[in-house]
Write a new protein. Structure first.
Length: 386
């Protein structure tokens, strides 16, 4: 009771002091408001939870404040940051199957570069009254290709003849093999003759040769080296005329010469001789090769889709050929069908390409005697026109 009177007395005194201006109204409120009012005001801050009970004690006020600060804020929680971003996550996708045949196409061979490195003389093999013969080597796509070179004794700027051999079992192949006599005829006629042992034929290195495109690459690299090195006045090719290059190919070498002529439509490739040549149709070739090898060769080539075979086969790109062609085939050839040369000749004539075609009655795959003499004379005359 005394406490109550004391509170009332203090309140009256405070009111009198305010009315007289001696005490600010805010201090009166802080002094005179009952404790329960202060508690209720603090508890009101927690009302958004809807669960905080009104308490009459300071302890309850502290609990209410703790509850209030636990309310969710505008900041995203850890869960909120898991919203997917604009960048999709990595997911396994089916990768495209590589085209294992693309590199062998005529287009691919025409688009790539050739050359690099130099042709070197390994040793002098022999000399006669017309020319000197040298063992040579040169680089081709990381392989070392060997061969021989016939160089006429006197003069400069000799037109070049590249002579390409046919298939001989690598186990019995020799650098001076059956095509040596053809190379010698051309050297005696005044040509700077290079006869490479194509890849896989000793002592040349082995390398990729699907569709026999590797053989064509060896020839294209050789031509590029001749073009690059003939200007070296102290080099082994200094007497070669790199603006007058001629190709001669027999059987497998004839098929290689046709591919080179299809890829390389440059004016310095003057003329091409095909002698008992393989087909420009790779399906025909490998069906025959499969027979010759009892099925041991040609599986990869014959598995190619039709579109790939067309991209690879020279027969489907004859419009690219600009060099004149001279085609020769024995009617008695039991190795390479004479019909293959007849078909090629007819196609080129229909396209109005410069071509001449000869058949030799009863002559075998490799000529001899009178057939060979007639053939050689025609070759020299044909090359001489270009």
């Amino acid at each position: 009771m005394c406490g109550t009177r004391r509170v009332l007395l203090l309140s009256l005194i405070s009111m009198l002091l305010v009315s007289c201006g001696a005490l600010p109204a805010a201090e009166v409120m802080e002094t005179a408001v009952p404790e329960a009012v202060v508690v209720r005001t603090a508890t009101a801050v927690a009302e958004p939870t809807g669960t905080v009970a009104v308490s009459e004690t300071p302890k309850a006020m502290a609990i209410a404040k703790a509850t209030a600060t636990a309310l969710p804020t505008a900041s995203p929680s850890a869960t909120a940051t898991a919203v997917p971003s604009a960048t999709p996550p990595d997911t396994p996708t089916a990768s495209a199957t590589p085209d294992v045949y693309a590199a062998y196409s005529i287009e691919a061979l025409a688009a790539r570069g050739y050359g690099g490195g130099e042709l070197e003389i390994v040793e002098r093999l022999e000399s006669n009254e017309h020319f000197a013969r040298y063992l040579i080597k040169y680089p081709s796509d990381g392989l070392t290709i060997y061969g021989f070179m016939n160089v006429p004794h006197e003069g400069w700027d000799f037109p070049v003849a590249i002579v390409l051999h046919g298939y001989v079992s690598p186990a019995s192949y020799e650098t001076l093999d059956y095509t040596t006599r053809y190379a010698d005829e051309l050297a005696m006629a005044g040509y700077f003759v290079i006869h490479p042992n194509l890849r896989g034929f000793p002592p040349s290195d082995e390398g990729d040769d699907a569709f026999r495109t590797g053989l064509a690459i060896d020839v294209l690299n050789l031509i590029a080296i001749i073009r690059q090195q003939s200007s070296d006045l102290e080099g082994p090719l200094r007497r070669a005329d790199a603006e007058a290059i001629h190709l001669w190919g027999h059987s497998m070498g004839g098929g290689t010469a046709l591919r080179v002529a299809t890829v390389l439509n440059e004016p310095f490739l003057r003329a091409v001789v095909l002698y008992g040549a393989m087909s420009g149709d790779e399906k025909q070739n490998y069906e025959q090769i499969s027979v010759w090898s009892d099925g041991r060769s040609g599986e990869f080539e014959l598995a190619a889709p039709e579109a790939a075979l067309q991209a690879i086969s020279p027969i489907d790109h004859l419009e690219r050929i600009t060099a004149p062609l001279s085609i020769h085939h024995g009617e008695g050839d039991e190795t390479v069908p004479p019909a293959w040369s007849a078909d090629l000749c007819a196609r080129l004539q229909a396209m109005d390409r410069p071509v001449e075609c000869f058949t030799y009655h009863a002559a075998p795959h490799t000529f001899y005697g009178e057939w060979e003499e007639l053939f050689n004379s025609r070759v020299v005359e044909f090359f001489g026109r270009y």
